[in-house]
Design a protein around this ligand. Structure first.
Ligand code: LLP
Length: 418
């Protein structure tokens, strides 16, 4: 990754040596590269150029205000999944007119907040939700813009936990059911049908699953037109993968070139295309910096016990995810061994990487790479561990964009019973 690179044998974030940040702010520490965010955005901007495309950052991947503000300034919209995420968008002055609201379980208060803000669209996932949204809109005397999330039943060929487009999972409406439910939606007085959406999975590296989904959605759009229901946009969700190790990548340009070719062939290119990328905008813009506390050479295994843990980065534990690990100052006089990099939490599942060859020394720094997406946002305070600080680097400058939590703050609002 060009934004996290070695200079004079020391790993840097842009122009800042990581040991400097570790010394100043402690570890574990999340470090983001501002330029990496900009470059990731640029790939989408170039791909979209001259076409009617709205990119809504899937902010569940990284919702730090500094990250959101960067994307807002670049012109991004946002894909939100909660009233909390909406509040973050509003806090950075994001344009609600570029916000799509996803999620299977939107509550009435969240619908109300989103209607009040004036979001672009509600991505509705069930008949019951349609009914509730209509009711909330009616009470407020407004019209809610809606899209139905359909489940195109395609295999995104990714990890089963992050594959969402297959029939058996909780998301969306079966595509065969969609025409009937659209007709029902058209009957609701306080709903305005504006689009259709899908999200088939995450960490996708091939264009084929997207095109399978697109074909099914185009057929649906034509069926709906025949029923007098005209859509304005087609939202293909997120899902473009990043390089964790040696994956060959699907680029936004490849995706959109293929998509628009098919739309044009069917004369459907009047539709606006909405995308909801999360991981591909932030995943490789962040690392998790951690210190080796102890080395433990047991009979069966060698362990490097570090000060980051599954509460900081749960992806390995949860998905068996592979994150590459770099020594920040590879010195190399220690013995090379196979190490499991593990945290201090009282769970066997508390590991960050397994069986990696390193010549490690106690006290040295490691960087867990590709930790810009689904890393801090999925962190917790398990074992009463304060969540790590987040730093944003911009060339030679850096700023704490979220301080490390204090121990006291972790239980300050708890009370004991008399
Ligand atoms: N849109 C919807 C409706 C989604 O559910 C998601 C992610 C996205 C967009 C963004 O997808 P992306 O471009 O990031 O693939 N925690 C897992 C990933 C869960 C993804 C959930 N939905 C992980 O760490 O791999």
């Amino acid at each position: 990754a060009p934004h996290f690179d070695f200079k004079n044998g020391i790993l840097h974030a842009e122009n800042v040596p990581l040991p400097t940040l570790a010394e100043k702010f402690g570890t574990p520490l999340y470090v983001y590269s501002r330029q990496a965010l900009r470059d990731a955005w640029e790939a989408y901007r170039v791909a979209a150029q001259g076409r009617d495309v709205l990119v809504c950052f899937g902010m569940k991947a990284n919702s730090n205000l500094a990250v959101l503000n960067e994307f807002k300034n670049l012109g991004s919209g946002f894909d939100i999944v909660s009233g909390g995420e909406l509040a973050r968008v509003l806090a950075v002055g994001g344009d609600p007119g570029k916000v799509v609201f996803s999620g299977v379980g939107k509550q009435a208060w969240e619908m109300q907040a989103a209607l009040k803000a004036g979001v672009k669209c509600f991505n509705v996932e069930s008949e019951a939700e349609l009914e509730q949204l209509n009711l909330v809109a009616e009470r407020m005397g407004v019209i809610a813009p809606v899209s139905l999330r359909v489940n195109p039943d395609v295999d995104a060929q990714t990890h089963p936990y992050i594959s969402t487009g297959l029939k058996e999972n909780k998301f969306g409406i079966a595509i065969e059911e969609a025409p009937r439910i659209y007709q029902q939606a058209a009957q609701f007085k306080n709903l305005n049908i504006v689009g259709v959406d899908c999200h088939i999975g995450s960490q996708i590296t091939e264009v084929a699953p997207y095109l399978d989904a697109l074909d099914k959605l185009m057929l649906l759009i034509e069926t709906l037109a025949g029923l007098g229901i005209q859509l304005k946009h087609l939202d293909l969700g997120g899902g473009i993968g990043i390089r964790y190790t040696d994956e060959t990548l699907l680029t936004p340009t490849t995706l959109l070139d293929h998509v628009f070719k098919r739309l044009e062939a069917r004369k459907l290119d009047y539709l606006q295309i909405v995308l909801e990328p999360g991981r591909s905008l932030v995943g490789n813009a962040g690392i998790l910096l951690t210190k080796v506390e102890y080395l433990k050479h047991a009979e069966a295994k060698n362990f490097a016990i570090v000060d980051a843990a599954m509460n900081d980065l749960i992806r390995p534990t949860l998905y068996d995810a592979w994150h590459s690990v770099e020594q920040v100052c590879p010195a190399g006089h220690a013995e090379v061994r196979d190490y499991d990099i593990v945290g201090p939490i009282c769970e066997s599942g508390d590991w960050l990487a397994r069986e990696r060859q390193f010549a490690l020394t106690q006290g040295e720094l490691l960087a867990i790479m590709s930790a810009g997406a689904y890393a801090f946002t999925m962190s917790s305070q398990y074992n009463t561990r304060p969540r790590a600080a987040e730093i944003m680097v911009d060339a030679d400058r850096y700023q704490v964009v979220r301080p490390r939590e204090s121990l006291e703050s972790l239980f300050a609002s708890e009370t004991t019973m008399p």
